[in-house]
Design a protein around this ligand. Sequence first.
Ligand code: COA
Length: 258
Amino acid sequence: MSVRLERRASAAVVTIDRPDQRNALSRQTVLDLGRLGRELAGDDGVRLVVLTGAGDKAFCAGADLKERATMDDDGVREMLALYESELAWLEQSPFPVVAALNGAALGGGLELALTCELCVAAAHAVLGLPETSLGIIPAAGGTQRLPRLVGHSKALELVLLGTRIDAAEALTIGLVNRVAPAGTPVVDDALAWLSPIIEGAPIAQRAALVALRTAREKPLREGLELERQAYERCLASEDRREALRAFAEKRKPVFRGR
Ligand code: COA
C-alpha cells in the first residue's frame, strides 16, 4: 500500500508513503488515494483530513516520471482521467482536506496541494510547476486552480518560467496559508492550528464549507441563495442554542453536532 492512514481523534492523517521515490504519484498511488478518500468521505466521525508525504524531502514530486516513461499516449490520458476521478474527494468531501507540505511540492505534487482546501508548509518546502520544462503543462488542475489562488500574473510567472519558490514566498503570494515554525513537524503544527475546526460545531463547519465552495464556483446570486439555505441548517441546530447558553453562562460551549 503506497498510502497510510493514521487517526488522531476526529482528524485523519493520510500519508503518501513512497519516500524513496519522493512520494511521486504512480498509478497505484493515485488509486490508493482514491480508495482511502472514498472510505473517509463515508465516515461521519471524520472532521478533518491532513494530507502529507513520508519523510522530510518531499510532500510529492509529482507524476512518477519513471512510470510515465513506460506509458504510451493513451496510458498518459488514462492517468489524467484517474487524477480527476480518484482525487475529486479532496475538494468535495464533507470535511476540509488540508495539505501539510513536509518538503518539495512539485508538478502534480503542487497540483495535489492546490486541490486541498488549505495548505501548511514546512519552512524548507519548495513549490513549483516545472511541467513546461518537461514539454507538457500542468494538467491536473494546476493552470486553473493556481491563478484563482494567486492571481493571473503570478500564475503565469510560475507556470511559464517553471520557477521554484520557497515556503516564505509561497506564504507571501497566498499559495500556502501558513508556514510551520522550524523544529515543529508540519503535521503537528497543522493539527494544532486547525483545532478550531476539530473542536467547532460540526453542523456549522459543514455548512460553512459548502457555502464557501459555492462562492468558488457559482455566480453571486446563486451563492447568496445557497448561503441562506446553509444558514437554515445551523439555525435549527441544538449546537446554536448551546453556543448562546454558553455565552450567557460564560463557559466554553460543548458541541454535539445536533
Ligand atoms: N518520479 C519518479 N521518481 C522520482 C521523482 C518523480 N517525479 N522525483 C524524484 N524521484 C526519485 C529520483 O529518481 C531518485 O530515485 P533513485 O534513487 O532511484 O535515483 C529519488 O527519487 C531521489 O531523488 P533526488 O532527486 O535524489 O531527491 P532530492 O531529495 O535530492 O530532491 C526533488 C527531491 C523532489 C526536489 C527532486 O527529486 C526533483 O526535482 N524531482 C523531480 C520533480 C519534478 O520535476 N516533478 C514534475 C513532474 S511533472
